[in-house]
Ligand binder design. Structure first.
Ligand SMILES: [Zn+2]
Length: 293
């Protein structure tokens, strides 16, 4: 069976791409909502487009208005994993319902859907079978990650906090198996473990105290994962420190931020509304911390 354990080459990756089906419309679900944001409150800009279909996949960054350099700035990233719905819809809803309340007090930079092709095929990977959340480093080649990093760097800003919006759900069992196949690896013990409840991943031990403040706010909205270990990392009341990969969005953005965190919403046992409210509660708790310092 060792023949089965060969990493995919370009042919297998292309075959994977051919198996994917467009399941929803980035234009209808995301771009239309972005374009409906009031212009006096949100500056909408593109920072490139996916080169395999630039007309279909322009990439958007939003900056809240009025912008004031004297105010704290928070960066929010969503849709790094396109199938993690509330990462995208939570970011959109935060802009529609909450961001205007902070006008004149906090600036927000928001990337609501970093991986729009993955959003449409309802998957984790890019057109080329890459996980963009393993490409946020100088060695990264996934276009979604490279363009995001270029855009963030071009802002030449320091952020007071950074929030990356994700989900963990039962599909991850299948997607992990697919990743093992792509990389020519056997399934590992723990590949079928899915944490029940919300948890936060932080890029540095220094972010743990803030993460606990955030968790206590999110707990009012959705249950928190109580496991002592999450994905092989020791967990303390729903918080894990993931500082060994260095290729995650949170690792890249943290270089420009005082604090960082990645949400992991557990959507299989709660409604879409609850998932979105948990994403929003995280952003608001981070902002509360920023304003209270
Ligand atoms: Zn994710």
């Amino acid at each position: 069976m060792t023949d089965d354990l060969k990493p995919w080459g370009p042919e297998e990756k292309e075959a994977w791409y051919k198996r994917q089906k467009i399941q929803r419309s980035y234009q209808d679900d995301v771009v239309t909502r972005l374009k409906a944001l009031p212009e006096d409150q949100f500056k909408l800009e593109t920072y490139g487009a996916l080169s395999h279909d630039p007309a279909r996949y322009p990439l958007y960054r939003v900056m809240t208005q009025p912008w004031n350099d004297e105010n704290p700035t928070v960066i929010v990233t969503g849709g790094m994993h396109g199938y993690e719905d509330s990462g995208v819809t939570g970011a959109l809803r935060f802009m529609e319902e909450e961001a205007p309340k902070y006008a004149g007090k906090v600036n927000f930079v928001i990337y609501p859907c970093i991986s729009p092709f993955a959003y449409e095929i309802n998957h984790r990977w890019t057109r080329y079978a890459d996980d963009p959340n393993r490409h946020c480093s100088d060695e990264g080649t996934a276009e979604e990650s490279v363009l995001l990093m270029k855009s963030v760097k071009s802002l030449k800003m320091h952020f007071n906090a950074a929030v990356d919006l994700h989900e963990t759900n039962y599909r991850d069992i299948d997607l992990t198996a697919e990743r093992r196949a792509r990389d020519g690896q056997k399934l590992q013990p723990g590949d079928d473990y899915i944490p029940e409840g919300f948890y936060l991943v932080v890029p540095s031990k220094a972010d743990v105290p803030l993460a606990h403040e955030v968790i206590e706010e999110v707990r009012k909205v959705t249950p928190i994962c109580a496991d002592a270990s999450i994905l092989g990392y020791p967990a303390d009341r729903g918080v894990i420190v993931l500082d060994d990969l260095k290729t995650l969005c949170q690792d890249f953005v943290r270089k420009y931020a005082d604090a960082g965190m990645t949400t992991e919403i557990y959507p299989d046992k709660c409604s879409r509304d609850e998932c979105e409210r948990a994403q929003i509660a995280t952003i608001k708790a981070a902002v509360k911390w920023v304003l209270g310092r």
